[in-house]
Design a protein around this ligand. Structure first.
Ligand SMILES: [Zn+2]
Ligand SMILES: [Zn+2]
Length: 766
């Protein structure tokens, strides 16, 4: 690529990019990801090349001084991946590069942590004897040190009970050698896990593992072995990749909850490791729990595993990333952005819970890590394994049409039964109990029965707070967020009204805030987890009840503590949001109650049914993981909705068939592809004006057969004082559509207070 201009992020002005001219002698060595020395103001600084361009709007650019790093931070393949992302997601490549390089690596504010290291040197017996007599403490330290190859000064001080000054004296005498050495910041603090052996597999698991292994084997170079059938990848420069490798189709494991998917991942990773291949395992951030990580750390050599998650300190993230780049880590586990982990010998990417919407980034580039994983697998000739108990409709559709290999695990391991799901019609319940209560009689009785047997209960409600809104029955006043078009949620313990969209918080009023009313009979209606907790505690005063949602998860360690307490039986009933819905394994949980199953159903989104089905099946999956049969009680006002009925039967295929028919009829993905453009402006007039202008411009470029909506207010019409208008574009050919949109977007000039978000394959249309 011939580029005259490099876009550089410099260390001393971290949030901006600057254009620099590329001198001829650096043109061949300079790449995106290169660390460079550049003039900045009156001095020289370092920075990273995050983009290349042919021209710059700025005249009189300075020249890049030099390329500092020999090895660019981005590999060729990841660079190619970011270019694909730029095209596919209609977004500048620089933004994609920023995703692939963590900030702490890109801006290098942080470096390796170096500490003083002390090594023993060869000494004569005479020297030692003298030292033993004159300085017994120093002699003692030396004795400890001589049993090792060296250690950090702080460690020796601690072990020998001396201070650093004494070690300096030893160094002066020539008895030890002092150097600086990099100390890796270990996020696990040296924690060691008991090693585990591979588990025996059930016949379904054996078949599934065989498919994964076949995919991995297809990617392994074997000299002398003729090429197997399948497409040959071509890399960006037109050179053909090694002919004895083939790109395998991604494997989609559709396994019911408790069917042992993780064990298959573990054994597939082990297979890759044996053949010198690295693996990346993606899990949703919310599932990246100590329990999950422990299973991996206990199976493989712990030095070779890296965990990337949002709680790492900057220093830890720096060290882990460079460890991966240097090829010292062969298994990387992480959330969304771990899909860019620069492992040198990628052989396998696992995407667990592939249907999870948290794989989609909600700011540009709005990529879905699952789909990026599939493309990365293609580019790097690596196996990709997707797993879920409730695959995304898109993924199952891909499997159905032969783009993915489907593997089904219809049974739980050890022949455990799927939990029995009972649906309670809350409309009947309101009549029976003369009003709406948190617990139906059936759920209440079920909890009582389980508590009597010393079994544990999980109650699920996907809404925080105490009441969903506050209203005045006298004048009809409803407390709404001043910045967003949503109602404020009442939090009783904090006595506050809070907006869950923008974070607006105000004290809860004691009388109606309407100046003409001021009635003290102000009421709260609807419910959140806080209210469920209170109702449960009132109904079962002896039970130990714990709530778990983001309101009370104020400390990082609390998550671990609550789960530990629950596992060892210190908690009887756990009440929580989706935080407790994912992948957790508690053998003593025999009852799961879903307080209000219809919440997601009423979202104005074509995926409402799919989300409801997934949530019910996933939450229900927490029941009956031990020896006792599990039971699920689902409370619903629309008990005959297909999503609820299919979930009750654990019937994914039935749900899929019905759902895909609906998507086909109404032209929704995966029957077609969809892009959502959202215009945001400070005034509604501006939002209307610019979104309408955008529609006119798009009509000129979009193929006649593709569908383009008019600009309409988004379901969340106002967020953080921004008015939002939406345009929906649909086409069976996504690249044709995104190319046309990119053309319009780059040529459209918007005023600074109007923004446009382009979301390709959106997971939500709110
Ligand atoms: Zn009022
Ligand atoms: Zn708000």
């Amino acid at each position: 690529m011939k580029s005259a201009i490099a876009k550089v992020v410099v260390d001393i002005a971290l949030d901006r990019e600057f254009d620099y001219r590329i001198p001829a002698h650096l043109a061949t060595v300079l790449r995106i990801g290169s660390r460079v020395q550049v003039p900045f103001g009156s001095r020289t600084t370092q920075g990273y090349v995050v983009g290349l361009a042919e021209s710059s709007p700025h005249p009189q650019l300075k020249e890049i001084g030099d390329v500092v790093s020999k090895q660019p931070l981005l590999t060729d393949k990841i660079l190619e991946l970011t270019r694909w992302m730029g095209r596919y997601y209609c977004c500048p490549v620089e933004l994609c590069v920023k995703c692939a390089l963590p900030e702490v690596v890109r801006k290098s504010k942080i470096s390796w942590k170096e500490r003083q290291f002390v090594r023993p040197v060869k000494l004569t017996l005479d020297d030692l004897a003298k030292l033993a007599k004159r300085a017994p403490k120093q002699f003692h330290a030396l004795e400890i040190l001589r049993k090792t190859d060296g250690m950090f000064v702080v460690q020796l001080c601690e072990q020998a009970g001396i201070d650093a000054a004494a070690i300096k004296v030893l160094a002066k005498k020539g008895f030890v050698e002092l150097t600086d050495k990099v100390e890796e910041r270990d996020p696990f603090g040296g924690e060691v896990f008991l090693p585990t052996e591979p588990l025996a597999l059930m016949p379904d698991q054996v078949k599934s593992l065989a498919l994964c292994i076949a995919a991995i084997d297809a990617t392994i170079c074997r000299s002398g072995v003729p090429a197997a059938t399948g497409p040959t990848p071509t890399d960006h420069d037109g050179a053909t990749a090694s002919t004895s490798r083939t790109v395998p189709k991604p494997v989609l494991i559709h396994g019911v909850t408790g069917s042992g998917k993780t064990e298959i991942y573990l054994q597939a990773i082990e297979h890759a490791l044996r053949h010198g291949k690295d693996s990346i395992v993606l899990v949703p951030e919310i599932s990246l729990t100590p329990q999950t990580v422990e299973r991996f750390r206990a199976r493989f050599p712990q030095q070779q595993i890296t965990v990337l998650h949002s709680h790492l300190s900057e220093g830890e993230r720096h060290d882990q990333w460079h460890k991966i780049r240097a090829g010292q880590s062969h298994i990387v586990i992480g959330a969304r952005s771990a899909v860019f982990a620069p492992v040198p010998a990628l052989g396998l990417i696992v995407v667990d819970e592939e249907h999870e919407t948290s794989y989609k980034q909600d700011e540009a580039p709005r990529y879905n890590a699952r789909d990026v994983a599939v493309v990365r697998g293609k580019l790097e000739c690596a196996a990709v394994v997707l797993g879920s108990a409730t695959p995304a409709i898109e993924s199952f559709y891909n499997a159905h049409h032969g783009r993915y290999v489907l593997s089904a695990l219809p049974r739980r391991v050890d022949h455990r039964q799927m939990p029995v799901m009972r649906i309670v019609d809350m409309r009947q319940e309101v009549l029976r109990q003369k009003g709406l209560h948190v617990l139906s009689l059936r759920l209440r009785n079920a909890i009582e029965a389980r508590l009597a047997k010393n079994e544990q209960v999980i109650l699920f409600l996907n809404r925080r707070g105490y009441a969903t809104h506050m209203f005045c029955p006298k004048c009809g006043y409803v407390a709404e967020c001043p910045n967003c078009s949503v109602k404020l949620t009442y939090h009783r313990k904090a006595a506050q009204l809070a907006c869950h969209l923008c974070g607006e918080i105000r004290p809860a009023p004691k009388v109606c805030p309407n100046p003409d009313c001021r009635d003290p009979a102000i009421r709260y209606s609807g419910m959140g987890t806080e209210k469920v907790e209170a109702a449960i505690q009132a109904a079962f005063p002896k039970a130990r009840v714990q709530r778990m949602d983001s309101d009370i998860m104020t400390r990082k360690s609390l998550y671990r503590e609550i789960f530990r307490d629950f596992r060892i039986g210190k908690i009887d009933i756990l009440v929580g949001t989706q935080m407790i819905a994912k992948g957790l394994h508690f053998p003593n949980v025999t009852l799961v109650g879903i307080i209000y199953a219809d919440m997601a159903l009423h979202m104005p989104d074509f995926r409402a049914g799919e989300r409801t089905f997934q949530l019910l099946v996933q939450v229900a999956g927490r029941a009956g993981r031990g020896d006792v049969e599990g039971e699920v009680v689902v409370q619903s006002f629309t008990p005959f909705h297909p999503a609820i009925q299919h979930a009750r039967q654990h019937d994914y295929l039935g749900f899929y068939d019905q759902e895909i028919e609906f998507r086909q009829q109404l032209h929704y993905p995966p029957a077609t592809r969809l892009v959502c453009l959202t215009v945001r402006a400070k005034t509604e007039e501006k939002a209307i004006f610019f979104s309408a202008a955008l529609v006119r411009e798009l009509r000129k470029h979009i193929a006649g057969t593709d569908l383009l909506s008019e600009a309409t207010p988004a379901p969340l019409a106002k967020v953080q004082n921004n008015y939002r208008y939406q345009i929906i574009a649909r086409s069976p050919q996504i690249m044709r559509l995104t190319e046309a949109i990119a053309k319009v977007v780059t040529s459209t000039k918007l005023p600074p207070d109007v923004t446009l978000a382009v979301d390709v394959d959106p997971v939500s249309l709110l």
